[in-house]
Design a protein around this ligand. Structure first.
Ligand SMILES: Nc1ncnc2c1ncn2[C@@H]1O[C@H](COP(=O)(O)OP(=O)(O)OP(=O)(O)O)[C@@H](O)[C@H]1O
Length: 534
């Protein structure tokens, strides 16, 4: 776990700030605790573009909040303010969300920014207690309730039903009798902060500025390779060994980029102008592998070509041969491969003459080759010969910091290909960063292409993700009682009618109920009537 020192810059602090935490302890040079860096302070620093400032400027000692007691303003004045247009205009002008409850935790007001950040609409929650919101799965925890209970300021991270994470700071307003009469919550979008963190991280990632393409059909645009902190050592090692002819064994799950690393090594080697050829040992029938690899003499076997055939080793002479799924190579062929590996010599099928070649061999497998050796299905001598330099390529779920740069790169690529301009919402990026990606980067690339092609809007959000990736949105909606559901529907119909017609009389006509019945219902639902002119 990273320690936070007071001379760290804001940028450094963002990169190491533990996701999900709301504050970290800050130490001085002598490792003495000097205060807290809260996520709020960090986010304020980011908004002021103070990335290079030391975090000492933003440390708080977390002293209990003073002066929360309101001695002079009567309760009614507060109440009137929260219901007024003035309150609406002022709070709607803020970029951050505002959520106000009374002393029992009943929702009195939310501003537009809160609705934008959370996707929770006014008509769903005005007049509802915070406990109801938690029960319905709209929010995970309530800062207001904690603040009412402790009579103090509370800051916590909340997960919203749309999967987004927000930071809520609740400040209680106390009466002269020391009772909580209102709670004012300010709400910040942590997902945006996380997004900034990844943007900064990704700027730090080393993209290889090579625009070279490999000869032949096996081309790779090295500018499209994303290299993050977890894979930097792999690519550094690849740069180093590319200059030698040492045999390389690449291990890792499917789709993690083993083949891409093989191509990278070839492109960085002195063989780069020569051929790079990839052969999947598991994809060709066992009886054909030998003749594919080594070729055969005329009339070597029934059905063979009249003039014989050149094998892959001869074709690739001077270049690089990448043998994928080497663990699938039949045992009898392993002996023959060993000969090429040790002496650069082989014999065509049906020949007695040794041929010499100069081929750089890179092998890969998604299986654990060492245990295949133990089981006896892979030759130990060959294993050690192939495994001079070994690369363990980690799965994408262990390289989370690469997910966003990869998604951005693939979105850009497919936007260009399909002439689109799709963008992804921060919460979608965050969700996908935490997804387990069983198919690794191959799966990610396919998803990016699928989203660019199948979505209608320019913004890709959580609802566009395929169901096996999507978060479960509002799990509890089906547990509504009939009464609650009817009530919910009534509220939203009334709110819509009021928005559309502006007066209770016109709204009542549209809803086919009396004006007084409508007013009664609006009172029951704590809806505002102050704009009413008739
Ligand atoms: N670091 C990376 N940056 C960008 N794209 C990558 C990266 N690594 C892999 N890819 C892309 O992911 C896809 C899968 O990679 P690759 O074929 O190299 O995986 P693999 O481990 O060889 O898979 P398999 O074991 O199934 O053959 C390819 O389209 C590749 O270009």
């Amino acid at each position: 776990m990273t320690k936070f020192y007071s001379d760290m810059t804001v940028e450094e602090a963002i990169s190491c700030f533990p996701i999900g935490s709301t504050e970290v302890e800050v130490l001085d040079d002598s490792e003495d605790f000097i205060g807290f860096l809260t996520i709020e302070a960090l986010s304020a620093a980011v908004q002021q573009s103070d990335l290079t400032k030391p975090i000492s400027h933003f440390i708080t000692v977390n002293a209990p909040l003073q002066n929360l007691r309101n001695y002079s303003i009567p309760y009614d004045q507060f109440q009137a303010f929260f219901e007024s247009d003035l309150c609406r205009v002022v709070f709607n002008a803020l970029y951050d969300g505002v959520y106000i409850t009374d002393g029992d935790g009943t929702t009195l007001f939310i501003n537009q920014a809160y609705q934008r950040i959370t996707g929770i609409r006014e008509e769903e929650i005005i007049g509802k207690p915070m406990s109801y919101l938690i029960e319905q799965g709209m929010i995970s925890v309530s800062a207001s309730l904690d603040s009412i209970r402790t009579k103090n300021q509370v800051t916590l991270t909340q997960r919203i039903r749309n999967g987004r994470k927000i930071i809520v700071s609740a400040t209680p307003i106390l009466s002269p009798q020391n009772e909580v009469i209102f709670v004012i919550n300010s709400v910040r979008d942590i997902t945006e902060l996380i997004r900034m963190k990844y943007t900064i991280d990704s700027q730090k990632l080393s993209f290889q500025p090579i625009s070279q393409l490999l000869p032949g059909s096996e081309q790779v645009n090295l500018q499209e390779i994303i290299i993050g902190p977890s894979t930097t050592p792999l690519f550094k090692l690849a740069d180093k060994v590319a200059k030698t002819d040492a045999k390389i064994l690449l291990q890792g799950e499917t789709g993690v980029g083993k083949s891409l690393i093989a191509k990278y090594i070839h492109a960085k080697s002195s063989r780069k102008e020569k051929i790079f050829l990839e052969l999947n040992c598991g994809a060709i029938p066992a009886n054909l592998v030998e003749s594919e690899l080594f070729g055969y003499e005329p009339g070597a076997f029934t059905g063979s070509l009249k003039n014989g055939k050149m094998g892959i080793f001869e074709k690739v002479n001077g270049g690089t041969l990448f043998l994928d799924e080497i663990g699938d190579l039949p045992l009898e062929l392993q002996v023959k491969l060993l000969k090429v590996v040790e002496e650069n010599k082989f014999m065509r099928v049906g020949s007695t003459e040794m041929k010499e070649v100069d081929v750089r061999l890179i092998t890969a497998t998604h299986r654990d080759l060492a245990s295949l050796v133990q089981e006896g299905s892979f030759r130990e001598d060959l294993y050690y010969r192939l495994n001079i330099v070994s690369f363990e390529v980690p799965p994408l779920r262990q390289r989370k910091e690469e997910t966003i740069p990869l998604l951005e790169m693939y979105l850009k690529k497919f936007n260009e290909k399909y002439n689109e301009k799709k963008k992804m919402t921060p919460e979608c990026y965050e969700w996908l960063t935490n997804y387990s990606w069983p198919g690794n980067i191959r799966e990610l690339a396919s998803l990016a292409e699928r989203l660019v092609v199948t979505t209608y809007d320019d913004t890709i959000d959580l609802s566009n993700l395929p169901s096996f990736i999507q978060p479960v949105l509002s799990k509890k909606t089906t547990t509504h009682s009939l009464k609650e559901a009817v009530s919910e529907l009534e509220r939203s119909l009334i709110l819509n009618a009021m928005k559309k017609y502006g007066t209770t009389r016109a709204a009542a006509i549209s809803l086919d109920i009396s004006q007084s019945a409508l007013v009664q219902k609006m009172k029951k639902f704590h809806m505002r009537l102050e704009n009413e002119s008739n």
